[in-house]
Ligand binder design. Structure first.
Ligand code: NAP
Length: 317
């Protein structure tokens, strides 16, 4: 099949595009052409790259048509953040494709009431980002269920992999937390350190997209959380990460406002957002319907990213 990945050179596309080529598909990646994938792979020699700036093309109404002109069988969309963007794509692709797989986010859930959170539980999105992704999901699944448009929605957790900084035990992308743990320096955590994070390796997100295509009849009209087998508490995460450096974590626990003052300014907003969500999702539905089995635990995924950051000299040990 010919698969078009919109935004296919980022975290997910780095693993997804070569994987689809390896299973015999032809792949076109649509992006602005401002970056390269995080990892080289020989498959990129056969992947067609099309340059398009989505918001600009949507504004003049040409985006959907440009994607249709590529004559895809399947579209995997990593860069849709507005319901109007989804509408433009669906209207252009109606009757033309076998599957549209949209990338959402676990933040559609907001905070969980019963955890691990499953897909059918009521949603309490906390951010505009989460609300808009919910709106997109509602629109796409309605299109499938009422009108037969072939859509599915995959909601990744905090995406991790070698090439960028993972969400750390201080709930933000500050890699220096690992430097501190490696040195045995004190790391402050909020409250009792029991808020949660739910990572997923980009390899496993790519796995889920590939499985949604393989099991399209199970995927259509459904949404799936795509996470590792288990979330981490901040405290447990910090304690185990310290052992990677042969250390015992030296942790302090502070009330939220005092803790925020210990963070570098640029990470405060993101850290608080991760705490407020305290994501803890179940991937059982993806396992049951798609055969999704995450290869990486949260800790294995983060450890791999941390080793990359050490090699790059970002984390100093
Ligand atoms: N990061 C996370 O932890 C996380 C967690 C949950 C869900 N998500 C979801 O994951 C999706 C993003 O996937 P990702 O993390 O693999 O992507 P990413 O690493 O952020 O990369 C973005 C991709 O989109 C392209 N792109 C960016 N702006 C564009 C534009 N204006 N027009 C066309 N292409 C554009 C980029 O290439 P160019 O720069 O060359 O254009 C690149 O290929 C989003 O839907 C997000 O909501 C992410």
């Amino acid at each position: 099949m010919h698969i078009v990945i919109i935004g296919g050179t980022g975290h997910i596309g780095t693993y997804l595009a070569p994987r689809l080529v390896e299973t015999g598909h032809s792949v076109t990646v649509v992006a602005r052409g401002q970056r390269e994938p995080y990892q080289p792979h020989p498959a990129w020699n056969t992947i067609r790259r099309v340059r398009l700036d989505r918001p600009a093309a949507e504004k003049d109404g040409t985006f959907g048509k440009s994607i249709r002109a590529l004559r895809p069988d399947v579209v995997m969309d990593m860069t849709c953040f507005e319901a109007d963007s989804a509408r433009q794509l669906v209207e252009a692709l109606r009757g033309e494709i076998q599957l549209l797989a949209h990338c959402g986010t676990v933040w559609v859930q907001g905070y969980g009431a019963q955890v691990p959170t499953t897909e059918e539980l009521p949603r309490r999105p906390l951010t505009e980002y989460g609300r808009k992704k919910n709106e997109i999901e509602a629109y796409l699944l309605d299109q499938t269920r009422r009108l037969g448009f072939p859509a599915t929605v995959l909601h990744p957790g905090h995406i991790v992999g070698p090439g960028w900084a993972p969400v750390s035990p201080t709930a933000c992308h500050d890699p220096q937390v690992f430097t501190r743990l490696a040195a045995g320096d004190q790391v402050a955590l909020p409250n009792l350190g029991l808020e949660t994070l739910h990572h997923v390796h980009a390899y496993d997100v790519a796995q889920a997209f590939a499985l949604a295509l393989e099991h399209w009849n199970q995927a259509l009209g459904e949404s799936f959380f795509v996470v590792s087998e288990a979330a981490l508490t901040l405290r447990g995460f910090a304690e185990i990460a310290a052992t990677w450096f042969g250390k015992t974590a030296n942790l302090a626990f502070l009330p939220l406002e005092a803790w925020k003052a210990t963070l570098p300014e640029e990470f405060v907003e993101s850290a608080v957002a991760h705490l407020e969500h305290s994501t803890q999702c179940s991937c059982q539905k993806a396992t049951r319907l798609l055969g999704y089995r995450p290869r990486y635990s949260s800790l294995e995924a983060v450890h791999e990213a941390v080793n990359w950051l050490i090699e790059e000299g970002v984390i100093r040990i």
